[in-house]
Each structure stands twice: as structure tokens, then as C-alpha cells.
Ligand binder design. Structure first.
Ligand SMILES: Cc1cc2nc3c(=O)[nH]c(=O)nc-3n(C[C@H](O)[C@H](O)[C@H](O)COP(=O)(O)OP(=O)(O)OC[C@H]3O[C@@H](n4cnc5c(N)ncnc54)[C@H](O)[C@@H]3O)c2cc1C
Length: 387
């Protein structure tokens, strides 16, 4: 291969460039980044940047040799052997799509996705400012916390009956409602907002989730998932077009572990999937025999209200829930029976990082776990195995 174009200058794009060089790709790497910024990390935006903490968000591009980074340059299309931009087409032998996702907005609201968004929002979180947040999901919760800490008057509208409803059952989501109350945040559950003009706030932020940023692929012929437009990729992150892989928030991959297609819009996926995608791209027709599938136990975290929520795994509707403890720091697991015994399919914890680390290791190895021992929080999870 002579030239590979990476479309997208976020974490997944950066890691793809790093992986290509680690795998001794000596050809040209062109990275197209729609923003006027070199690649940077997003989790600190809603945590450190809004809290005025000095942090380095940009990745160290000098750690990856010889990348032709073109900031402020968006891909506008893709065709066989070329990526299209407004400045002309770029011929290439391979493409990595790493365009992330675009937040869902309501008219009259702002969103938080980019460094520029974070700086704008931070500047408006002044003492006494009226801030309305639509959506009590991960971003909504983190911004509500930052706004309250900055002395703003904060109201959060959530259409569901509990916070974090997309990820957690209602009773677990409701355990976070007290955190809002403790900071004097007005959390309005079951209240849907369609028109923000009547709200009269200084800032209205939409925290309504995000969709894969794949509209530029419309006429490329690449297979996109009908329900959300994610690039459909196989277990080695290969798309329906030869020589084109996709990683990070924009991709829905086939999970051999869970026998289903997954799109996980979280940091850990953008960090680890690119190594597999880069190897598959370089291996070409030999990828099936030379490259192991990308088959993680998905993981993400959120820092909010002085607590860390972590979630690992992928649970099914019929998995059996087992509560490990219901203190201020809690853990809840979900189990499914398998040929070798009960397996933990997912674990949600608040401020119990050791539980998370130990469970993640056992889940990755598919080690059976005794649910009764697991339920007793005095047992370290690593001692609950049935092997
Ligand atoms: C505020 C915030 C806080 C977060 N906190 C957490 C957290 O605590 N824990 C966690 O697990 N995850 C968190 N996430 C999610 C995590 O940051 C994302 O999953 C991760 O950034 C995805 O990386 P990516 O490279 O796939 O996409 P992105 O980081 O979105 O990068 C994609 C880049 O591609 C560019 N692009 C888009 N279209 C084009 C185009 N046509 N041409 C060229 N470039 C294009 C975009 O402008 C963008 O810069 C957070 C996200 C945000 C926004």
C-alpha cells in the first residue's frame, strides 16, 4: 500500500495512525480532520475544561511518525480508490473511517462535542446564570454538575422517569437523583421539551445523544445501518467496501462474543478498535488468518457529582440481576447461564473500581462466577469464581 487516508481526527483516527506505524506501514498517511484542531481527547471537555482545570487535551502527534494532518478539511465523499474533499480528491489504497458522532440538537439549543463547544459553554457558566439542560444522560449529568459547581442555577429536563435511562434500569438511575438534589439542581423527570423558546434561560444545552457522523458516505455505496447510519463492519472492522475499515463512534461491528452487532460510543472502543482495523487493512486478503477479531467486553465510565460510574459488558433483556450491595458505593451485576456455569454479562458500579477491574478480567476470560458469592460484597469478585 502506498497511501492510506484516515477520515477523522479524533481518538480513533489518532490511534489508527499510531497502529499503522507500529505495524511498520511505511507509506503515506493522510489524516483529514474537519475541525480546525489537531486530534484531542473528549472526556476532559465535560469534566476538566468546564471546571476550569488546566489539562492537556491534545494528543502528542509527534509520537506518530510522519502523518500528513490536514486540519479544517472534511471528507465530502468516498469512491473506489479515492476520498473526496472540497479541495479535490485524494487517491489512496486504503481508508480508515473514524468520523465519530454528531450530537442530536433541538432548535435553539447548544451541544457539547468539540473543544470550541466546551470553551463557549464554560464562558457562559457564570455565577447565577440560568442553565437548562435537556436530557439527563451522561453528558447532561456531567454538565449539570459542572454548572452547579460554577454557581449556576440549573434545571434538567428528562423525558424518561429516571436519569441515565438508556443505560441503567430506573431504580439504579434514580440512585443518582439525590446527587442533583444535594446541589440544588431542579431535576424534572418525565418532562419532555420540544420547544426551548419558552424556557427563558441564559443557556439551553441538549444532551440527547449522538448519531454516527456518516452523512458524507451517502452515495459511496458503503453499507450503513438503517436505524442510525453507522458504518456496518465485520469482526475485523472491515466495511462492505474493499480496503475501507471503520472504527470508533461511527462504526457498528459484529461481536463474536455476544453474537450481535454493537456500536459503543465510548472512549475505550475508540482507543482499542483501531489496532485491529489497521492490521486488517494491511493484511488485505490474509486478514482472516492473520488478524484476531476485535472482540472486547465493552467498557465506559462517567465522572459526575464527585462519583465515578463504571459499566462493563453487554446485558440481554432476560439476564438475571444480582445486587451486590446497596450502599452509597454500589455494584449490580447481570448473569446468564452457560455450558460452564453462570457468567457475568454486565456490571455497573459506583465508586467501586476494584470490583470493576476484577469483573472485567473474569468477563473477558469468560470465567463462570457464583452469583451467591458475588451478592456478598465482603467477597472480592476475583474470589467468586466457579472454575
Ligand atoms: C464531552 C464528552 C465527554 C465524554 N466523556 C466520556 C467518558 O467519560 N467516558 C467514555 O467512555 N466516553 C466519553 N466520551 C465519548 C468519547 O469521547 C468518544 O467515544 C470518543 O471521542 C470517540 O472517538 P472517535 O475518534 O470515534 O470520534 P470523535 O472523537 O468524535 O472524533 C471524530 C472526528 O472526526 C471529525 N470528522 C467528522 N466528520 C468528518 C469528515 N467528513 N471529514 C473529516 N473529519 C470528520 C470530527 O470533527 C471529529 O473531530 C465523551 C464524549 C464527549 C463529547
Amino acid at each position: 500500500m502506498q497511501r492510506i487516508v484516515i477520515v477523522g481526527g479524533g481518538l480513533a483516527g489518532f490511534e489508527a495512525a499510531r497502529a499503522l506505524r507500529t505495524l511498520n506501514f511505511t507509506g503515506e498517511i493522510v489524516m483529514l480532520a474537519a475541525e480546525d484542531e489537531p486530534p484531542y481527547d473528549r472526556p476532559p471537555l465535560s469534566k476538566d475544561v468546564l471546571a476550569w482545570r488546566e489539562v492537556t487535551v491534545h494528543f502528542d502527534m509527534t509520537a506518530v511518525a510522519d502523518v500528513d494532518l490536514r486540519v479544517g478539511t472534511a471528507a465530502s465523499g468516498l469512491e473506489q480508490g479515492a476520498v473526496l474533499t472540497d479541495a479535490g480528491s485524494i487517491e489512496c489504497d486504503g481508508v480508515v473511517i473514524a468520523t465519530g458522532s454528531t450530537p442530536i440538537a433541538l432548535p435553539g439549543t447548544s451541544t457539547l462535542r468539540t473543544l470550541a463547544d466546551a470553551h463557549r459553554l464554560r464562558d457562559s457558566l457564570e455565577m447565577g446564570a440560568e442553565i437548562v439542560i435537556v436530557g439527563a444522560g451522561w453528558i447532561g449529568a456531567e454538565v449539570a454538575y459542572a454548572a452547579a459547581e460554577n454557581g449556576c442555577s440549573v434545571t434538567v429536563y428528562e423525558a424518561a422517569d429516571s436519569p441515565l435511562s438508556a443505560a441503567l434500569p430506573p431504580d439504579l438511575g434514580m440512585r443518582t437523583a439525590q446527587w442533583y438534589e444535594q446541589l440544588g439542581i431542579d431535576l424534572r423527570l418525565g418532562e419532555r421539551v420540544d420547544d426551548v423558546t419558552a424556557l427563558g434561560a441564559d443557556v439551553v444545552l441538549a444532551g440527547l445523544g449522538a448519531r454516527p457522523a456518516t452523512s458524507f458516505l451517502g452515495s459511496s455505496g458503503i453499507e450503513l445501518r438503517p436505524q442510525d447510519g453507522a458504518v456496518v463492519v465485520d469482526s475485523r472492522l472491515r466495511s462492505s467496501l474493499p480496503g475501507v475499515v471503520a472504527v470508533g463512534d461511527c462504526a457498528a461491528w459484529w461481536s463474536t462474543r455476544y453474537d450481535t452487532r454493537l456500536r459503543v460510543e465510548h472512549w475505550d472502543t475508540a482507543l482499542h478498535a483501531p489496532a485491529v482495523a489497521a492490521a486488517a487493512l494491511l493484511a488485505g486478503d490474509d486478514a482472516d488468518s492473520r488478524v484476531d477479531p476485535y472482540d472486547p467486553v465493552p467498557y465506559f465510565w462517567s465522572d459526575q457529582f464527585g462519583h465515578t460510574i463504571q459499566y462493563v459488558g453487554h446485558r440481554g433483556a432476560s439476564d438475571r440481576r444480582v445486587d451486590r450491595c446497596e450502599e452509597a458505593d454500589w455494584a449490580v451485576g447481570w448473569f446468564r447461564d452457560s455450558d460452564v456455569g453462570p457468567q457475568l454479562t454486565a456490571l455497573a458500579v459506583v465508586d467501586r473500581p476494584r470490583d470493576l477491574t476484577q469483573a472485567r478480567r473474569l468477563m473477558t476470560a469468560a470465567t463462570p462466577i457464583d452469583p451467591e458469592k458475588f451478592a456478598d460484597a465482603s467477597n472480592a469478585i476475583k474470589t467468586c469464581t466457579l472454575a
